[in-house]
Design a binder for this molecule. Structure first.
Ligand code: FEO
Length: 405
């Protein structure tokens, strides 16, 4: 893999991972993911963030270093902004190849290095305000950024080039290929990465939105000219584009969400589906756009992305054995874990020989603090009066979405 020059002495290195594996063992990555590392060449040599032994990533990293004329054994410092194993899984092997390397992480990061890799020597803790002078005019400054993504996380800033090494913050799913910089991708590619950054944010970071806001406020004090995350595009032409995008995502926690509805539905024999068609006509009557996701056919990873940005949620599911349609229970559980809170919501669905979904649904959404339009349930197939009622409830949801602040 190529070494891409950010400045005379700073290089972006990355490994594209194309795999059937799920990211974090949960999230599909059909377009793969990049694991980015950065080489900073002062009189001393620092490598910022590592890779895991996944899809040939260590060989790609080593090849990138070699292209910049650096061998693993030449690296003096390894800066670990974040200890999740996608960025550190190769640490033990790396250290075997370079036993003299000094590892820098936050105090909590040092503990995680011990826990994950049983490494206690050659490692030191850094905190906000600490810096590392590499010589040749290059200084790395460390800024703790807890919970973006784990509690031990920090970001690293190099002021001469204005490069912010932000690790998970400002990242996305998706492979990069042989380009890494924002100005090297066309509008269609940016659209793809934008969708993948939202999906990445909602799947990986969303539980920590309040911390993302705090981290963005902290870095606002810096003269950031390049955003260099550990997944996805390196932003040198318009670094504020990705910072503002993340600020918007974080703000969705409090409101200002898109005036649209995320429809999540499942149907056993078409009766709930037919009722849903009527409710959707109600959304259309009010001119509110919507996205549609069928469960379990679609992965929840994509549902979360649309639900997170949408002010409205329409849940359509039948009763299944006295309770909710089982895949919807999983979706609603993740809505809470990923803080899809405070939405305008409507739930509809058919039941066959007995109801029951309503009770379990209401228990499931209680912690989400959704503002609910009254549910509509019906036995078997919806009659004309029920279909009209569903259409009106859909329209009511749409009006609430339009009125929300
Ligand atoms: Fe890319 Fe939280 O690790």
């Amino acid at each position: 893999m190529k070494a891409h020059k950010i400045s005379d002495r700073i290089y972006a290195l990355h490994a594209d991972v194309k795999t059937e594996d799920l990211f974090e063992g949960i999230w599909p990555i059909p377009d793969g993911v990049s694991l980015n590392s950065y080489l900073v060449r002062g009189d001393k040599i620092a490598l910022i963030d590592l890779v895991r032994d996944w899809g040939g990533a260590p060989a790609a990293l080593e090849a990138g270093l070699a292209e910049a004329g650096i061998a693993l054994a030449d690296v003096d410092y390894l800066v670990l902004n974040h200890l999740e194993p996608d960025h550190t899984g190769w640490l033990a092997d790396f250290r075997r190849r370079n036993p003299r390397v000094r590892i820098l992480a936050t105090a909590k990061g040092v503990e995680l290095v011990k826990n994950f890799y049983k490494v206690a020597e050659g490692i030191e803790a850094v905190k906000t305000g600490d810096s590392l002078d590499l010589g040749a005019g290059l200084v790395l400054s460390f800024i703790e950024a807890p919970n973006v993504h784990w509690p031990e996380t920090m970001v690293t800033f190099e002021p001469a080039s204005g490069t912010l090494f932000s690790c998970d913050a400002f990242g996305s799913f998706g492979m990069l290929g042989d380009r890494v910089f924002d100005d090297e991708f066309g509008p269609m590619e940016h659209r793809r990465f934008e969708a993948e950054s939202l999906r990445y944010y909602t799947n990986i970071i969303a539980s920590f939105g309040a911390f993302v806001k705090r981290a963005i406020d902290k870095i606002a004090e810096l003269d950031v000219r390049v955003v260099a995350p550990s997944h996805g595009i390196v932003w040198r032409k318009d670094p504020m584009a990705i910072i503002d995008r993340y600020r918007k995502y974080a703000s969705y926690l409090e409101g200002g969400r898109e005036k649209e509805v995320c429809v999540i539905w499942g149907s056993m024999y078409g009766n709930t589906e037919k009722g849903l068609e009527a409710a959707i006509r109600g959304l259309e009557d009010e001119g509110v756009p919507f996205t549609m996701h069928r469960v379990p056919n679609e992965d929840v990873s994509y549902i979360l992305a649309d639900a997170y940005k949408s002010e409205g949620i329409l849940v359509a599911m039948p009763t299944y054995e006295y309770k909710m349609f089982p895949p919807m229970a999983y979706v609603l559980d993740l809505m809470d874990r990923k803080h899809v809170w405070g939405r305008q919501a409507l739930r509809i669905g058919s039941w066959g020989w007995i109801g029951g979904a309503r009770k379990e649904y209401e228990e499931a959404i209680a912690p989400l603090k959704w503002q609910s339009v009254e549910s509509v349930e019906w036995a078997g197939a919806a009659d004309e009066a029920t279909l009209a009622h569903l259409r009106e409830r859909g329209a009511e949801l749409a009006r609430r979405v339009k009125a929300a602040s």
